[in-house]
Design a protein around this ligand. Structure first.
Ligand SMILES: Nc1ncnc2c1ncn2[C@@H]1O[C@H](COP(=O)(O)OP(=O)(O)OP(=O)(O)O)[C@@H](O)[C@H]1O
Length: 252
């Protein structure tokens, strides 16, 4: 995939703008390329190796799942791939940029521009309306007030919640809250979407709506989507499923 086609991917919809492809290596074909990842947690005098020599490549526009039993290292791996945790060893390239080589301020900026996060517990601000929850993320990305309001409305529209813009999280269903969280994750048009158990707190109908949105983000909008999940329903829309077991990728 070329830098130009990445720019096109980012210019869909009414909030079109040129992608921030500063970090993009034109020869890069993988959105995520992680090699030799090791993670050792140190708690007092005790050490625990949560990941052992993990390799993972994800192509642009794919939906990649990370599955495996509790404690197998999924969230640790997601956090490393998102640049939230620094691995003990190994290399992580996102959109052609080696993130382990970035200073903490450059890494924070890279995350802000390129990664949208979705969490199991939605992580919405309870005192803000749905619209304000999305708006605040846009303002963090340097978008000014009037433009932020319009873009937030457009994003809520994209997840089918324009008519709920003035509602507070407590007055929304779990599925609606997660859709607000997805709209917020899309603020600023990041290429990578990373989700930790996005359907775990949802009933069947709401879970399906969220899965459909994630599928649409990858297949219609060209985003690369990485999901940690126990939810077998998401397997149907995934391009690849990687199973972790005791910190290792299970060979199938
Ligand atoms: N901050 C930490 N300090 C020490 N050990 C940790 C820390 N975070 C995670 N671990 C350990 O690392 C292992 C992997 O944890 P991780 O949360 O990545 O697993 P997981 O597969 O996401 O589990 P779950 O499905 O239950 O969320 C577990 O044994 C966990 O106890």
């Amino acid at each position: 995939m070329t830098a130009t086609s990445i720019e096109l991917l980012h210019t869909t919809g009414s909030q079109a703008r040129t992608a921030r492809s500063t970090y993009l290596d034109r020869a890069e074909t993988k959105a995520i390329a992680a090699h030799g990842i090791e993670m050792v947690y140190q708690t007092g005098a005790e050490q625990y190796q949560a990941l052992k020599q993990v390799d993972l490549d994800v192509k642009f526009g794919d939906i990649q799942l990370l599955m495996g039993p509790s404690g197998s290292g999924k969230t640790t791996l997601l956090s490393i791939l998102a640049g939230i945790l620094t691995p003990t060893a190994g290399s992580v390239r996102l959109l052609g940029q080696e993130i382990t080589a970035l200073s903490s301020s450059k890494l924070a900026q890279f995350r802000l521009e390129n990664i949208g996060f979705i969490f199991q517990g939605f992580n919405l601000f309870p005192a803000l309306t749905a619209l304000e929850n999305v708006e605040v993320a846009l303002k963090l990305k340097g978008i000014r007030r009037a433009a932020a309001r319009q873009q937030a409305l457009d994003l809520l529209d994209q997840v089918g919640l324009k008519d709920k813009a003035k509602r507070y999280p407590q007055d929304l269903s779990g599925g609606q809250k997660q859709r607000v969280a997805i709209a917020r994750a899309l603020a600023g048009n990041p290429h990578l979407i990373m989700a930790d158990e996005p359907t775990a707190a949802l009933d069947s109908q709401n879970g399906h709506a969220v899965i459909e949105l994630l599928r649409n983000l990858a297949k219609e909008k060209g985003r690369t989507v990485l999901i940690v999940t126990h939810d077998p329903r998401i397997i149907d829309v995934a391009d690849h499923v990687t199973y972790l077991e005791d910190g290792l990728i299970r060979k199938s």
